[in-house]
Design a binder for this molecule. Structure first.
Ligand SMILES: *Cc1c(COP(=O)(O)O)cnc(C)c1O
Length: 235
């Protein structure tokens, strides 16, 4: 086994253990391999080990990889901050966008998604950490944004996504993830049919799964530590 294949195996085992501990079926959690900053060859290696869904934070890098690996038929998820001048690329090169945090972005994605492609699957990113984080819509504004996004053509609102502040405090992480779940449950009680909670990364996928994650986004535990000199997310 290659290193990436071995690490993927370990991550899948962690997901199985966490779902079992939560009394959930293992198939209820999908693994999104976050390949940002890693080369096409690393993605190919993971794909050979059976991984199908990949997450990218930087628009051009993700578009280039998806293009280079087109023949593998992989699934591409955009998970980074999205600026309006990059929405056209994202709308057509990706299958999912996890980081919708304002209506203008959703409107542009809806208008720019090629009519010959299936609807773009989207999640609304929620700021579950209050002052401690800047990205995502405030919990109190989620319902309004969800209503507006769900009304747009060419998009399919699938659920909610969050990135809690980095912390070693497991109880705090559990509370952040529980907040996202309760927001999803409230929306569904109000008539939405949201099936996705995108939450949990390399260091916190267990508490996320305990609180109902359906997609975990894992980079470091699969591909290794990213170089510190990697560009900071801008678009
Ligand atoms: C980088 C990133 C991840 C993966 O983080 P790891 O700690 O490397 O697993 C997940 N989600 C988002 C939004 C990211 O930017």
């Amino acid at each position: 086994m290659t290193t990436i294949a071995a690490r993927l195996h370990d991550v899948r085992a962690r997901i199985e253990a966490a779902t079992a501990a939560a009394g959930r079926p293992a198939a209820g959690v999908r693994l999104l391999a976050v390949s940002k900053t890693w080369p096409v060859e690393a993605v190919r290696e993971a794909a050979l080990a059976g991984q199908r869904a990949f997450g990218e934070n930087y628009v051009q890098e993700g578009v280039d990889k998806a293009e280079a690996l087109r023949e593998l038929g992989l699934e591409w998820h955009f998970i980074g901050p999205l600026q309006s001048n990059k929405t056209r690329l994202v709308a057509n090169a990706f299958d999912w966008v996890h980081s919708v945090d304002r209506l203008k972005i959703a409107e542009r994605l809806a208008a720019q998604r090629d009519v010959h492609l299936p609807p773009l699957d989207v999640c609304i990113q929620v700021n579950v950490s209050g002052e401690a984080s800047k990205s995502g819509v405030a919990p109190a504004a989620v319902a309004g944004l969800a209503q507006a996004v769900a009304a747009l053509p060419r998009l399919r609102l699938r659920g909610l996504m969050c990135i809690p502040e980095p912390t070693e405090d497991r109880a705090l992480l559990r509370a952040r993830f529980a907040l996202l779940r309760s927001l999803r449950d409230e929306l569904n009680a109000g008539g939405f049919g949201l099936d996705t909670l995108s939450m949990g990364m390399s260091h916190d996928l267990e508490p996320a799964i305990a609180e109902g994650a359906t997609i975990v986004r894992v980079g470091t535990a699969i591909f290794g530590e990213r170089a510190r000199s990697a560009p900071t997310p801008s678009a």
